[in-house]
Design a protein around this ligand. Structure first.
Ligand code: MN
Length: 290
């Protein structure tokens, strides 16, 4: 396997999103976007209790991309303007295709808040190409136990294939564009090779632990946490130096202009203005606060 060389090594610094403090590995001052990936938020781990519940996102719209949540710990209630209401558990993935418009809301379930516990997850904004920005909205929720897994030779690394393909195992998520999304859970000392097409841009984000990439670069919490690969190989190797959790993403870039504002990702400023107007006119649907 010809290894991909490393284009950028990024940190995952804290930002404030309203009252919520979370890590934002993408975009950063160094890395603007990794086409087709626009934004990555790593929220938590937060201690949630009845007196402290900082992660309650009321109804808000999206257009022009796919907001994806990888829930790592806890339990969230999802509601949206398509009429979906589902409880998302640790390890589950919710893949929303906002398309022309959706309104959704996210919060820890009432039961979970009452009991107390830890909430942690990743929110990804995956862009849609111009030709698909105005398709109908869609919501996919896949449960953690249903994903196909690839086990390393040393049995220490389990890779969940969420979307795309790895070693002839296929993801359960239906994607709009060529995309891989793998959650990699590695025990200390475990090694694995992850391959992906040379037509994709790839990135690896570390949520927990310490990992060596291509026998060279080290990722660790409170240090470099994200690697962007060059499009010049067939994959990479990893070796866990501690029990570690990683998200690998790759996708074929669109090479289109990107205009983002608030919850919208479009190609032009005019389309952003249209999105704001359409939301106000109720064209993205309705979702009651509750
Ligand atoms: Mn949202």
């Amino acid at each position: 396997m010809k290894k991909n060389t490393i284009k950028n090594i990024g940190t995952s610094d804290f930002v404030n999103m309203g009252p919520i403090r979370l890590r934002q590995p993408l975009p950063t001052r160094q890395i603007d976007m990794i086409d087709p990936f626009v934004l990555l938020h790593h929220y938590g781990p937060y201690e949630i209790s009845e007196t402290h519940n900082p992660f309650d996102l009321g109804p808000h719209p999206h257009r022009g991309f796919e907001p994806v949540t990888f829930l790592v710990q806890g339990e969230q209630l999802h509601r949206d303007s398509l009429g979906n209401e589902s409880v998302v558990k640790a390890g589950d993935v919710q893949w929303t295709t906002a398309g022309r418009g959706i309104i959704h809301a996210e919060k820890p379930t009432n039961e979970f808040v009452k009991k107390g516990g830890i909430i942690e997850g990743i929110q990804l904004w995956l862009n849609l190409p111009a030709s698909k920005k105005m398709i109908s909205a869609n919501y996919q929720h896949e449960k953690h136990e249903d994903f196909h897994k690839v086990i390393s030779e040393d049995k220490k690394v389990v890779t969940k294939v969420i979307a795309g393909t790895l070693d002839n195992k296929h993801g359960r998520i239906v994607t709009q564009t060529p995309v891989n999304a793998f959650m990699i859970d590695a025990k200390s000392g475990g090694t694995e090779n992850i391959s992906f097409p040379d037509t994709h841009q790839g990135l690896l984000y570390l949520l927990k632990g310490k990992v060596r990439i291509n026998e060279n670069e080290m990722l660790e919490l409170d240090g470099p946490q994200l690697i962007q690969f060059n499009q010049d190989g067939e994959g990479f190797t990893l070796k866990a130096e501690a029990d570690s959790l990683m998200l690998f993403l790759s996708g074929a870039p669109f090479n289109e202009p990107v205009a983002t504002y608030g919850p919208y990702v479009m190609n032009t400023q005019t389309e952003i203005m249209e999105a704001m107007r359409d939301y106000q006119m109720g064209k993205m649907g309705f979702l009651p606060v509750n």
